[in-house]
Design a protein around this ligand. Sequence first.
Ligand SMILES: NC(=O)c1ccc[n+]([C@@H]2O[C@H](COP(=O)([O-])OP(=O)(O)OC[C@H]3O[C@@H](n4cnc5c(N)ncnc54)[C@H](O)[C@@H]3O)[C@@H](O)[C@H]2O)c1
Length: 262
Amino acid sequence: MTVKDQVCVVTGGANGIGRALAERFAAEGARAVVVADLDLAAAQRVAGGFGGMAIACDVAVEADLVKLMEAVESAYGPIGLFCSNAGIGMEGGLEVSDAAWDRIMRINFMSHVWLARHLVPRMLRAGGGAMLQTVSAAGLLTQLGSAPYAVSKHAAMSFAEWLAITFGARGLKVFALCPQGVRTALLEEASQGSMNFLVETALEPAAVASAVIEGLASEKFLILPHPDVAEYFRRKGADYDRWLRGMQRLQKETGIEEIMQA
Ligand SMILES: NC(=O)c1ccc[n+]([C@@H]2O[C@H](COP(=O)([O-])OP(=O)(O)OC[C@H]3O[C@@H](n4cnc5c(N)ncnc54)[C@H](O)[C@@H]3O)[C@@H](O)[C@H]2O)c1
């Protein structure tokens, strides 16, 4: 598929990966690009750059997602591609509070469930549509130093798989975007902790947007802007225990072991 002449929505579109996606979709000739974000002023600046629409939306609130869909449909008609991209990072392990677990699970995982609950029936009625979830390589492998990020992204990945299996034959295209490090505020904030070892190989958000355009064109479920991730995932599947030992070594080498034991 391509985004040309499609109505595209991007959550978390005011910054980072979401912003790069929105700008690229506009440049590729999308009929409309909607930038949805908690930060409305920043979303308006991004949308203003290409004549798109900005909408305030907290993806941790189901009613906000419903309002977003309704506003887009009444302005432009059926949504062709919805990128459920907004997400947060979080450091920590056993000490993470229930409130923090709840927050990250709502944003990084339940947002996709709430979205699908309302969008999938609409897309099936319209004869099809595409959903792209920004997951992370952490949803296939793990996130050293962050139990909540690793778990919330695995849950998101599992849900994307389930959607693809359940509705793929009925016209729903599902894509899971799984980058490693990308040069954004999220990586910047985490680069002193669990994500420090990802900085060296980090990509620019525009490169991730290019990988998405290619991934949509090839209609493959998994979009991997860092191709090495496919090999790491194969190794995990081939010998889980060896992979776990390798990750323990990496945790030691990167200094994350010390952070986790401090
Ligand atoms: N940067 C990386 O290294 C990296 C790697 C893999 C996956 N990801 C994933 O990519 C996605 C985008 O991250 P990014 O790096 O571009 O981050 P970013 O911090 O640059 O941008 C995230 C955007 O999401 C918005 N946002 C945050 N919470 C929101 C909410 N509840 N509702 C609506 N908008 C909200 C923020 O205002 C911000 O504009 C996330 O899902 C993240 O987990 C990032």
